[in-house]
Design a protein around this ligand. Structure first.
Ligand code: ADP
Ligand code: ADP
Length: 234
């Protein structure tokens, strides 16, 4: 089964009297180890799509399957457990905890999952080294640049070894140089660890090295450069 599959997924929001149709019936499959860019203009449905893929939100109609498992059939607890086990998240505002050091921020998901501090510390240090921040582990987020903060957030998303990382506009608050380096870092991690990535952006210039580009247009998939990858089916 694909890692994630959406079947005819729609999302409607109600603002006062006026319904907004954010997604109009999305069919998409994402295989393990894939690297997928979701791009398109503001308001086209990228965030909503990321939220459905990451089980942060449910579709109004249609289906979301993770590893062939219909998410709607799960209890809230089982869904949270599946999400925590399978998916790491990266956000545009980094969402680091300001009073914790970079190291403590990255340790936290493991400690919440029940790991000892010794184990959490060792794995967090490995991840922070991979993202090039070994010299900054003791710093609080405010002492780090935006690019460095996003690297900490990526290390945190990876520390539980998720099959998939979802990054919704991870470069929106970065200058173009740092934005490119964040994409390159995600591509490197994808190549070396096989972690699947889904990331969204409104900036087409960041997509040069990305093979699979899914264009969102007004709540629909306008184009998908690699809709099926039979050679990589697992
Ligand atoms: P993008 O990420 O491409 O900017 P979004 O998925 O955020 O697009 O939004 C798609 C559409 O759905 C937009 O019209 C947006 O205003 C609307 N929308 C998104 N989230 C909500 C929400 N929580 N409540 C109401 N409308 C929403
Ligand atoms: P993006 O940076 O992806 O374009 P948005 O600014 O569209 O993000 O949305 C940011 C957050 O606000 C998202 O979680 C989205 O679901 C929510 N949102 C977007 N539009 C609306 C809206 N009209 N009403 C309420 N929430 C919204």
């Amino acid at each position: 089964a694909p890692l994630v599959e959406l079947r005819r997924a729609t999302k409607h929001y109600q603002i006062g009297e006026k319904p907004v149709i954010a997604l109009k019936g999305i069919d998409i499959s994402i295989q393990a180890r894939e690297f997928v860019a979701i791009w398109g203009p503001s308001g086209s449905g990228k965030s909503t799509l990321c939220n459905l893929i990451g089980m942060l939100d449910s579709p109004t109609s249609g289906n979301v399957l993770i590893d062939g498992q219909e998410v709607d059939d799960l209890s809230d607890n089982a869904r949270s457990e599946l999400r925590n086990r399978t998916i790491g998240f990266v956000f545009q505002n980094f969402n680091l905890i300001p009073v914790l050091s970079a190291l403590e921020n990255v340790m936290l998901p493991l400690q919440i999952a029940g790991a000892s501090s010794a184990v959490a510390r060792e794995r967090a240090l490995e991840r922070l080294t991979e993202v090039g921040l070994e010299k900054h582990v003791a710093h609080r987020p405010a002492k780090l640049s935006g690019g460095q903060q996003q690297r900490v957030a990526i290390a945190r998303a990876l520390v539980t070894d998720p099959a998939l990382v979802i990054a919704d506009e991870p470069t929106a608050n970065l200058d173009s140089g740092n934005a490119r380096r964040i994409i390159e870092l995600m591509l490197d991690i994808n190549a070396s660890h096989g972690t699947a990535f889904v990331f969204s952006t409104h900036d087409q210039r960041l997509l040069e090295s990305v093979k699979r580009r899914v264009l969102m247009q007004d709540g629909e998939i306008g184009s998908d450069s690699q809709p099926a990858r039979p050679g990589t089916q697992t």
